[in-house]
Design a protein around this ligand. Structure first.
Ligand code: SF4
Length: 358
């Protein structure tokens, strides 16, 4: 059923009033007007919670105060600062965009929606956020928080992961946007979703929208928003052979279009299930490498959860007296003292740190 004008007006008015008087969510990028820093915060916050992203935002803005500083930084250094945030494609696109703006646009960030959305790594949500927060342009943001607030308040059960759902919510969000107040409104709805209309156990009794909220009135908050597809999570089994020789570790850079692109890791054997030491020794990939079987030691396990994957890692170590032949793979012997300059997947980093490599 189409929501009445009163219900819509109430929504916008209450939201802005709450933002003005009761929204105490304080984050450094909220007071920013520099499009570079707003863009940086939005890229960091894609798929990342604000509190987790905060130290990264601080580190990036301190290390690279301008887009020119970021554009001229070496890849390795930027990936190392990004280390732990995951979704490394974001970092790759961020660097490409910084270099494009610095080299092709004279260091000036585009000041209109079409120019912003054309940049690498920027979708409609991020473009709307930058356009409104940096330039006050009338573009409504629609992220997970907005889907949740709108679907509950207006009682909309159209799945948010369908084209129809995306169009419905994007249109509604745009209709609700008050003239000349896109910054405050966008910030308000995202903050309300993050703090009051939480995914589980929303604080409806403290919510400024409760009076007309259909989700609350009909007891549907736990069912909204609706998604049509269930997330399928699969497990991958990595076996890392940490090759050691003369205070060096052999490491390879992940270059495939796969998880952890551009990060470093030890010699990897992936298998369809976990291999213990005995099973590893009879694995054909391992045999083909010609490493001395008797010096392989089991060294630990690690689990890393990604959105669609669980990575179960098993670590083995081999200590070589003589430099072994590893030319069957692209990789290099890195002095242990230089490990701190490289970026690693979280699970590998934990292993290296726990084993006091750095
Ligand atoms: S009343 Fe409850 S469900 Fe409705 S918008 Fe507020 S917090 Fe969300």
């Amino acid at each position: 059923m189409e929501a009445s004008k009163t219900v819509k007006n109430y929504f916008t008015t209450q939201l802005l009033d709450w933002h003005e008087n009761d929204n105490d969510r304080s984050l450094p990028w909220k007071s920013e007007s520099d499009p570079y820093k707003i863009w940086l915060s939005e890229i960091i916050l894609q798929q990342t919670r604000a509190l987790q992203g905060l130290p990264y935002y601080t580190r990036f803005t301190e290390t690279y105060p301008t887009i020119g500083n970021l554009a001229s930084a070496p890849d390795e250094e930027v990936f190392r600062i990004w280390q732990g945030l995951g979704y490394y494609n974001r970092c790759k696109n961020m660097l490409a965009t910084a270099r494009y703006i610095a080299n092709e646009l004279g260091g000036i960030f585009p000041n209109n929606y079409d120019g912003i959305v054309a940049l690498k790594g920027i979708g409609p949500y991020t473009a709307a956020a930058i356009a409104s927060f940096a330039f006050g342009l009338p573009h409504a943001v629609v992220d997970g928080n907005v889907y949740r607030v709108l679907s509950r308040y207006f009682g909309i059960d159209t799945p948010i992961d369908t084209t129809e759902g995306k169009n419905t919510f994007a249109t509604l969000a745009q209709v609700l946007l008050p003239e000349g107040q896109s910054q405050g409104y966008n910030q308000a709805i995202m903050d309300l979703g993050a703090t009051v209309c939480a995914p589980r156990n929303p604080h409806c009794h403290q919510c400024p929208l409760q009076k007309y909220c259909l989700g609350f009135k009909q007891g549907l908050t736990g069912l909204l928003p609706v998604k049509s597809k269930k997330l399928v999570v699969t497990t991958r089994y990595f076996h890392y052979i940490v090759l050691k020789w003369n205070n060096h570790l052999w490491l390879q850079k992940r270059t495939e279009r796969d998880i952890w692109e551009n990060l470093h890791e030890p010699f990897l054997i992936e298998h369809s299930s976990t291999l213990d030491r005995q099973a590893l020794l009879t694995n054909q990939q391992f045999i083909d490498c010609g490493f001395p079987a008797k010096s392989i030691e089991f060294a630990g396990k690690g689990t890393q959860r990604l959105t669609h994957r669980i990575i179960q890692s098993t670590f083995f170590t081999v200590d070589f007296q003589e430099k072994p032949d590893c030319t069957m793979r692209d990789g290099a012997w890195i002095p242990v003292s230089e490990l701190k300059n490289l970026a690693f997947p979280k699970t590998v980093l934990s292993f290296l740190r726990n084993n006091l490599y750095f």
